[in-house]
Ligand binder design. Structure first.
Ligand code: SIN
Ligand code: FE2
Length: 218
């Protein structure tokens, strides 16, 4: 693993390479966190967090919402991207500019210029919530990376390879950390270990994760 300290960014921002095409930008989203949280609150006032059911009939412990042209949803018949929120029948809230700008900048910092996501999944974790190992592969095009922003309570992020057989590495992600994975790492298995209880000054007993993707273009 390599770690660089940026000269042109606040001293708390560092970049670690997790694997070819995968970078952890520590502290990248910390500046402007209040603006991000405000934007997330506005989105979730329109499209509230909900616990989706998987095709296998299991209710996810992570609460989810979306913003952008497409939203990731799951139900008994499968996973899909949908332009409409199934709860309201309305389009998902537009992606707020501060979220879009953050995603573009983080992708560029990790070597993926020109990232323009059309989907942002918003995950909320309460103590005990977890996300089992999976690949993000419901998108039409794997050329674009995934940009994942962590806010609130710390979590243990599991990040492996494109093979489920490889044991994932574990990384503690704290408020403001951003992980970007694309290119040779685009289909890496990843997940989140059960969230430990705690109290975060801005988010209380919660962790929020934003996952930006190019879901619809080919
Ligand atoms: C995800 O894979 O959708 C979310 C990952 C995370 O919460 O860090
Ligand atoms: Fe994922």
């Amino acid at each position: 693993m390599t770690s660089d300290l940026f000269d042109d960014l606040p001293i708390t921002v560092t970049r670690e390479t997790l694997a070819p095409g995968a970078a952890l930008l520590r502290g990248f989203a910390r500046e402007g966190d209040a603006t991000l949280l405000q934007a997330i609150e506005e989105v979730t006032a329109q499209a509230p967090f909900r616990h989706l059911v998987t095709p296998g009939g299991y209710t996810m412990s992570v609460g989810m919402s979306n913003c952008g042209a497409l939203g990731w949803v799951s139900n008994r018949s499968g996973y899909r991207y949908d332009p409409l929120d199934p709860l309201s029948g309305q389009p998902w809230p537009a992606m707020p500019a501060p979220l879009m700008v953050l995603a573009e900048r983080a992708a560029a910092q990790a070597g993926f210029e020109g990232f323009r996501p059309d989907a942002c999944l918003i995950n909320v974790y309460e103590p005990g919530a977890r996300l089992s190992l999976h690949q993000d592969k419901d998108e039409k095009d794997f050329a674009a990376p995934i940009v994942s922003v962590s806010l609130g309570l710390s979590a243990v992020f599991l990040f492996g390879s494109a093979s489920r057989r490889d044991k994932p590495q574990r990384y503690r992600l704290t408020h403001g950390d951003v992980v970007v994975w694309g290119g040779p790492s685009r289909l890496a298995f990843h997940g989140v270990a059960p969230l430990a209880d705690g109290e975060h000054p801005l988010l209380g007993r919660r962790r929020i994760n934003l996952t930006f993707r190019c879901a619809g273009r080919v």
